[in-house]
Ligand binder design. Structure first.
Ligand code: ASP
Length: 448
C-alpha cells in the first residue's frame, strides 16, 4: 500500500488535477492521497497559500478584503469548471471561507485557519473529482484522521498518539484524500506545520498507516546531485539514504521538506520522489541503506547566508566551562548555531546571519569579549557552506583530497573544513562570492 503526496504545482490547475487522478487510479495500491494547496501555474503566478496569507493580513488590519476573497474563489472555480464539477462546490467553498473569517476575525488563530483552507478545499475538490470519475473516494479531515499536533501556530509538531489514530484508517475502503499542512491540538484547535509542510503530513500518514512506500510527487524527474542553478544539466540521484537526504536538504536541497523525513525514517518506509508531469520516470528513492562502493559521494549541497564568529584565548583548552559559558550567551539571545569547529586555543561558531541584526551582534560580541576575557574576537559575514555528502565518505580513501584539489583548481580559499562529526558529510566554509566556482569544481571531480 502506498501513500502519495502531490505538491502545489501538481494540483495547481484542472489539467494538473487530471494528471493526479490518472496517477492515483492507475495503481490500486495508491490508497492514501495527500494534497497541497494550488501552487504556481507559471513562474509569475501566486501560490494559494500566499494569497490566503495576504487575505488574513487584510482582515487583521481592517482593510477591505473582498477583491482578495474573490481572487481566491476564482482559482478554485477555474479548477472546478475545468473538471466539469457542479458549481455548488464553489458555493460550499465560499460558505466555508466566510464561516472561517467570521469565526476567527478577531482571533490570533485566523492566519492558521485561513492558510489551512488552501489544502483543505483542494482535498475536497480532489475527492469530488475522483468520485465524479466513478471511483470510491473519501475526503478526510485531519481531525477525523487523528492528526494531533502541538499548539505552535505555523510550526506544529506531530504528537505521538497520531500514529495509532492513523493506523485505524488502514482498513477503510476506497481512496482516502487528506489535506496536507495542518493538524489539530488535543483541545481541537487547527494548527499548521511550517511552510512546505504537506510533505510532513504525507510522511506522518505513511508512517501511521505503515505504508510500503511514500511517493512524493513534485515537478522534477528526480533529485539532482547538485543545484541545477549552479551546474548545468547535473546528474540525477537514483538512490540515497535518509541520512544523505537529511544532510543535503539541510544545505539547500529544497525538493523535500527536511522535517518530513523523520516519521518515515523512524518507520523505515522508503520514499520515492517522482514527477507528476512525467510519472513514468523512475524518480529518486530514499532508503535506509544503499550500496555505496561505486558511488561514495551522492551529492553536493550548498547554501549562503552564514557568518562565523572567531574566538581565541590562550590556554582555552584548559579552561573548564569555557564552551558552556560561550554557548550560554547565544542561548540567552535565542540564537541557534550550526557548527563549532575548534582548535586548542580557538573556537569558531557558524551561525545563520539572519539571526544577528546590528544590535544583537554587538551585544553578543561584547559579552563574549568581557565575560570570557578572550584575547581576540572577530566576525566574518557573507559566508557560504558547501557539503559533500555520501555514505561512502568515511570508508573511501581520497575523497577529501579530491575536494581540496578541486578548490585549488578553482582558485578558491577554504575558510573552514569540518569532517568527522558526521559520518556522511564533509563540510567546507568559503566566501559567498566563491561559492559557484567551488561547487562547479567539486561537481567536476566527483561526477564528471
Ligand atoms: N501550501 C503550503 C505552502 O505553500 C504547504 C505545502 O504546499 O506543502 O507552504
Amino acid at each position: 500500500m502506498k501513500v502519495v503526496k502531490f505538491g502545489g504545482s501538481s494540483v495547481a490547475s484542472a489539467g494538473q488535477f487530471k494528471k493526479v487522478a490518472s496517477i492515483v487510479t492507475s495503481d490500486v495500491n495508491r490508497k492514501f492521497v495527500v494534497v497541497s494547496a494550488p501552487g504556481k501555474r507559471s513562474k509569475d503566478d501566486i501560490k494559494m497559500t500566499d494569497m490566503l496569507i495576504g487575505l488574513a493580513q487584510s482582515i487583521s488590519t481592517g482593510e477591505d478584503y473582498q477583491t482578495q476573497l474573490t481572487q481566491i474563489l476564482d482559482r478554485y472555480e477555474e479548477i472546478a469548471l475545468g473538471l466539469e464539477l457542479p458549481t455548488t462546490i464553489i458555493a460550499d467553498i465560499r460558505a466555508q471561507l466566510e464561516k472561517t473569517i467570521s469565526a476567527y476575525q478577531n482571533s490570533p488563530r485566523l492566519l492558521d485557519n485561513l492558510k489551512a483552507s488552501g489544502e483543505d478545499n483542494n482535498a475536497r475538490l480532489m475527492a469530488h473529482y475522483l468520485q465524479h470519475l466513478g471511483h470510491r473516494a473519501t475526503y478526510m479531515n485531519p481531525k477525523h484522521a487523528g492528526i494531533l499536533v502541538s499548539d505552535e501556530p505555523g510550526n506544529a509538531q506531530v504528537l505521538p498518539e497520531t500514529y495509532d489514530n492513523l493506523s485505524q484508517l488502514r482498513n477503510m475502503e476506497g481512496i482516502i484524500v487528506i489535506p496536507g499542512f495542518f493538524g489539530y491540538t488535543i483541545g481541537g484547535e487547527l494548527v499548521t506545520f511550517p511552510r512546505g509542510g504537506s510533505d510532513i503530513t504525507g510522511s506522518i500518514v505513511a508512517a501511521g498507516v505503515t505504508a510500503d512506500l511514500y511517493e512524493n510527487f513534485t515537478d522534477v524527474d528526480s533529485i539532482y546531485c547538485v543545484n541545477p542553478n549552479i551546474v548545468q544539466n547535473p546528474q540525477d540521484i537514483k538512490e540515497l539514504t535518509y541520512r544523505e537526504m537529511r544532510e543535503l536538504s539541510y544545505a539547500g536541497f529544497s525538493v523535500f521538506h527536511d522535517e518530513a523525513l523523520q516519521p518515515v525514517y523512524h518507520a523505515g518506509i522508503p520514499v520515492c520522489v517522482k514527477n507528476t508531469n512525467n510519472p513514468d520516470a523512475p524518480g529518486t528513492l530514499i532508503l535506509s541503506t544503499r550500496e555505496h562502493s561505486k558511488q561514495p559521494v551522492v551529492g553536493i549541497a550548498s547554501d549562503k547566508g552564514f557568518c562565523t564568529v572567531y574566538v581565541s584565548k590562550y590556554m582555552m583548552n584548559r579552561e573548564i566551562g569555557f564552551g558552556r559559558k560561550l554557548l550560554q550567551i547565544l542561548e540567552d539571545e535565542c540564537i541557534s548555531y550550526e557548527h563549532t569547529p575548534s582548535g586548542i586555543d580557538n573556537l569558531s561558531i557558524i551561525l545563520r546571519s539572519n539571526q544577528l541584526n546590528g544590535e544583537v551582534e554587538s551585544r553578543v560580541l561584547d559579552r563574549i569579549r568581557t565575560e570570557l576575557e578572550v584575547d581576540d574576537i572577530s566576525i566574518e559575514h557573507n559566508q557560504a557552506i558547501i557539503m559533500v555528502v555520501g555514505e561512502g565518505m568515511t570508508s573511501t580513501i581520497g575523497i577529501a583530497s579530491k575536494a581540496t584539489t578541486a578548490f585549488m583548481k578553482a582558485n578558491v580559499n577554504i575558510d573552514m573544513i569540518n569532517q568527522g562529526s558526521s559520518e556522511v558529510s564533509m563540510m567546507f566554509g568559503v566566501k559567498e562570492c566563491d561559492l559557484n566556482n567551488a561547487v562547479q569544481a567539486l561537481y567536476n571531480v566527483y561526477f564528471n
